[in-house]
Design a binder for this molecule. Sequence first.
Ligand code: IFM
Length: 462
Amino acid sequence: MTERTTTTTETTIGFPADFVWGAATAAYQIEGAVREDGRGESVWDRFAATPGKVRNGDTGEIACDFYHRYREDIGLMRELGLDAFRFSIAWPRVLPEGRGSVNQAGLDFYDRLVDELLANGIEPFPTLFHWDTPQALEDAGGWTVRATAEAFVEYAEVVAERLGDRVGHWITHNEPWVVSWIGHAEGRHAPGRASEADAVAAAHHLLLSHGWAVDAIRRAAPAAKVGITLDLLHMYPASHSPEDEAAARQMDGEHNRWFLDPVFRGSYPADLVERNELVAPHLRDGDLETIAAPIDFLGVNNYFRQVVAAGGERPRQLRPEGQYTDMDWEVYPEGLYRLLVRVAEDYSPPALYVTENGAAFGDIRGHDGKVHDPERTAYVEEYLGAVARAAAEGAPVKGYFVWSLLDNFEWDSGYSKRFGIVYIDYPTLERVPKDSFYWYRDFIASHRSVSRPSPSARTASE
Ligand code: IFM
């Protein structure tokens, strides 16, 4: 492989003047307050409370206490100079049983959050579903059954009716591949199932609910931009041999095209024969047209690439020499560049946002009280270089959201992985901006166009 490697000097390439600078989070990972104001139980509450599922027995019960400290955190966002904040709405706060009676107190929280963001000149980018399925729905079959997709649309309608007058960008789902395969086939995430058939069913219902929700949001907020966020990986064949190329294509199909094709083309990739057999019983007339409802943007989450070789029954993932983060994810900015260019070429999305990118490192608070995290700064700087290069080559990238604003609950790894540009001292919940925070602040300031359009003007002009 003779790839060009992105270097830090590439960050001198400009970003479009109206580029959106953001930071991302998710409800269960930061909010805490899991039993407050009528919130119902989610699959992650249940999963985290099950011994052996999450490292150190950590749970999201307190997390970063964002539910109570969001004003302080918005102050940090303002100091950063963020244009936008990506957060998710906890479905069980709004509909504790997943459908039926609406919990106004839960909805009020997001109402206050949106108002506070706007008052600080920060555009809200809510995600409707970042994995916290109401447990009541899981008990009735969860994402493996169509009824959960129907319930999701009820939820989307309730939220869009309440916030649609102020929210200009909506993301329906976050990383449906992770929910489906890590949650339903590998069992490492909630709800902890271990069946490929369940994963395929879950993925179909997540996609279907996305299509329905696009329509529901547009009915409530006709001017809003609506998209979905996928976790995508550029697949590199280990060699140019036909076997390795085929293995990489298979992995690309399973991870990327299984979601991109239905969303942009209204079909599942035909080369994945076994998957097509598994999805067939769940497919009804009109489903694929629903899933392919035109969207305004695609959110791309990317952290690393994958190098794939043929071998055995399944393609093998290799672990090339290089730098790795605390998640054991390879640092490879070129992979993001290639991914963005490829998605733009193959699927022509009207707009792309990098809705997550960042790195976990083993941060410690030094004797000076500060957190020095040069690896994270270098990571973000190099990946931003890759984004700029893709934009310069015509990929319609409109914004970047660093994952994450705060250290937070990293799912089955609990609090052992720190992704934040703000350190959380968990015993006291003190927020300590890391060096990368100040770097990002200065980077944003130096790339900001002189006169920024207001959040609403930005939505209108996209
Ligand atoms: O923390 C997660 C996030 O919830 C989804 N995308 C990947 C992040 C890091 O693992």
